[in-house]
Design a protein around this ligand. Structure first.
Ligand code: GCU
Length: 690
């Protein structure tokens, strides 16, 4: 009997497979792919092996988002945490994308998204539930939404401002696609996945990072996971403008260049460009590939921090009509100078992280960014280094309005897997998406490809590839990277100068002086005098490929630790000598280019004071800033400064209980916005001294 049953089942299966094959063959290509993908998805783990990103060309970023026919999908989403991958497709009950329901009361379903815990989107998951503070693994985000299948001639795009860090999208039980890499926008055409009425959107997110990702798993900022930016359903005409870039023509103040990409139009479809404030109303015909280039005459008032002039720009083609407010300006370098509209300008900056003031987690709203930038402006800054990854799109829009120049960056941070093709593809994808999202923002003057990466040939090759990509997409802005400070030879020579100062100092104990004498004896003829300064020359080969030589240096904070360990002298002796030495330090670079001190700083717990300048006190942070600014004020080659950092920020590397408590405390303001003593010093320096 059993044998007959098995045969019957087996035979049935064979007939079913043949039937399915016949059915699939009868479908059109898209439906076929869809069905097979969904079957594959149901059967296998296909969409859960991170897709191989073959970066054969920059992705097409949907630009001009705020002027499109968008519907927000922000709000309360359900979350199910799933570190064991219980819900993955292919698991015994088919996985969460099927969103099975126990309507009968007899169906075994071990999950229920409708009743699951709720999390606000946009927002990170780590600070909305204390249980998830350190969470770094897989989880599911779910929401229902009412929609109508768009009429023919229209398409529906599902657009994410970002998802940290690998997102796999399912709509109504079917796999839509996957994006690898956080912080940047991506979208999928979901027209064929939508149903009339109730739609079920499910996003699997994995916020794990490792040695092969960008960033890696080791970052001095919190790897906030989740749908950290706005989510939109965007309805577009089948034929629509995808993106467009406007900029002053190279070397001209009276010519504006438009380059545009589109899809679905016939060749020769007219594209109209209007800038009413400039009496521009011009047309150009689309080429067969959907692109168009146009140069128009115009006399814009050039955007400048002192007068951040923006113009209303409208672009139309067919039913596609986009608008944005855009500023026009030039940014260039000449020798050691940075030229904004042909005039030398100093970057009076501050570095930031994307965290709101007075609120936990990731900053994602226009209000969050306005508050952060207002604080930077109150500091006297005209420039913000938005470290270390792309921020939400509101940053640059608001910086345009406020007249703050920006450095935007991708998280190629510290040691990266330089020879891994997928790692490079993720970095290139992130740079391409950042550039194509913000290339109309006058405030953005610098694209940064890295931060503090070790000087090796695989790293140089990797970063030169990113620089080449960036310049190919946008040659109207500067390119840089924050370089690691100090080399071994430098430090050996600086140690001798500290020794000379130590011997001359009445405050240095005799045993330390013994060590210092030994150092000077070794230096012999080259032994420096106590008053000798030092000229440090930045010689990182990457400097030959960037426009600005950006340099992170921590003489006042970290280097005393290094010297203490190598010299066997207590930091209590070295730190005062270092602060004294700093005012006689010169910094220059091999390349005749502008130098920006892209980081310097010291940690301080707000409210902690010390008559003895003890570390972690506001007084010691103040002393470091005094020495640092004294040095910078005497360094004519330095044209930009962005102290580290505006606000204390979350960091897993910083556990010191009672002082850090998982905050990096180098902020000039506390997490809730209280200004430390060094804020006033920096403010005075920018307003009156530099
Ligand atoms: C480095 C790094 C920052 C880090 C800072 C610090 O320079 O670029 O990301 O937070 O130093 O140690 O505080």
């Amino acid at each position: 009997m059993i044998k007959k049953t098995i045969l019957a089942v087996f035979g049935g299966l064979i007939i079913a497979v043949i039937g399915l094959g016949v059915y699939v063959a009868s479908l059109d290509k898209t439906a076929q792919a869809r069905l097979l993908l969904s079957l594959t998805m149901r059967e296998g783990e296909a969409l859960f092996q991170t897709v191989d990103i073959d970066y054969d060309a920059p992705p097409a970023v949907l630009g001009w988002l705020d002027s499109r026919n968008t519907r927000s999908l922000n709000g309360q989403w359900s979350i199910i945490v799933d570190p064991m991958g219980v819900g993955n497709p292919g698991s015994p009950f088919g996985g969460y994308p099927l969103n099975r329901q126990n309507t009968s009361g007899m169906t075994l379903v071990e999950y229920d998204f409708d009743r699951a815990q709720k999390i606000n989107v946009p927002g990170d998951i780590n600070t909305q539930d204390p249980k998830l503070f350190f969470y770094r693994d897989g989880f599911w985000m779910f929401r229902r939404f009412e929609a109508q299948v768009p009429e023919s001639g229209q398409r529906s795009l599902l657009h994410f401002g970002a998802a940290n860090f690998t997102a796999t999208i399912f709509l109504n039980g079917q796999a839509v696609g996957q994006h690898v890499g956080g912080y940047v926008p991506f979208h999928f055409d979901v027209t064929d996945f939508l149903v009339d009425g109730d739609n079920v959107l499910l996003v699997h997110i994995d916020n794990r990072l490792d040695d092969s990702t960008i960033p890696t798993g080791r970052t001095d900022w919190w790897p906030y996971g989740g749908l950290t930016r706005d989510v939109h359903l965007v309805n577009v005409p089948r034929a629509h403008i995808v993106n467009a870039k406007l900029a002053l023509a190279k070397g001209a103040d009276n010519l504006i260049d438009l380059s545009l990409t589109s899809t679905g139009f016939d060749a020769d479809t007219p594209v109209r460009l209007r800038i009413d404030g400039l009496n521009v109303d011009a047309e150009v015909a689309l080429k067969r590939d959907g692109t168009a280039n146009l140069q128009v005459s115009a006399q814009p008032i050039l955007w400048h921090p002192d007068n951040p002039k923006l113009y209303e720009v409208v672009i139309e083609a067919g039913e596609s009509r986009l608008r944005d407010t855009i500023g026009f300006r030039h940014i260039a370098t000449q020798g050691r100078q940075i030229l904004l509209n042909g005039e030398a300008i100093k970057l009076r900056g501050i570095a930031t992280h994307e965290e709101p003031i007075g609120q936990a987690g990731v900053a994602h709203s226009a209000a969050h960014m306005r508050r952060l930038l207002a604080e930077a402006r109150d500091l006297g800054a005209n420039f913000v280094r938005a470290a270390h990854y792309p921020y939400n799109r509101h940053l640059a829009k608001i910086a345009d309005e406020m007249g703050l120049m920006l450095w935007e960056e991708i998280p190629v941070y510290w040691q990266i897997d330089w020879e891994n093709d997928e790692t490079r593809a993720i970095a290139r994808d992130q740079m391409a998406r950042l550039v194509q999202r913000d290339w109309n923002r006058a405030s953005v003057i610098i694209w940064s490809v890295a931060n503090e990466t070790p000087n090796t040939s695989p790293r140089l090759k990797f970063l030169r590839c990113l620089i080449k990509d960036t310049r190919a997409m946008d040659d109207s802005r500067l390119v840089s990277a924050a370089l690691l400070g100090g080399s071994r030879p430098d430090f050996a020579l600086i140690a001798a100068r500290l020794a000379a100062r130590g011997i001359a100092s009445p405050d240095v104990p005799e045993e330390a002086k013994q060590v210092f004498r030994g150092i000077l004896d070794e230096a012999g003829y080259f032994a420096p005098e106590a008053s000798d300064g030092y000229t440090l020359t930045i010689d990182d080969p990457l400097g030959a490929h960037t426009d600005i030589i950006a340099y992170n240096q921590y003489f006042g904070w970290y280097y005393s630790v290094f010297f203490s360990r190598t010299l066997g002298i207590d930091e209590a002796v070295l730190r005062p000598l270092m602060l004294d030495f700093m005012s006689d330090l010169k910094i220059t670079s091999q390349q005749e280019k502008p130098i920006q001190i892209s980081e310097f700083g010291a940690g301080a717990k707000y409210g902690l004071r010390s008559d003895d300048n003890h570390i972690w006190s506001e007084d010691y942070q103040l002393a470091v800033y005094r020495a640092q600014l004294d040095m910078l004020g005497k360094n004519p080659d330095i044209q930009g400064i962005s102290p580290w950092v505006l606000k204390d920020f979350r960091a897993m590397l910083r556990p010191l209980v009672g002082v850090q408590d998982y905050y990096n405390r180098k902020g000039l303001i506390s997490p809730t916005g209280e200004r430390k003593a060094a804020f006033g010093l920096m403010q005075d320096f920018y307003r009156n001294r530099w």
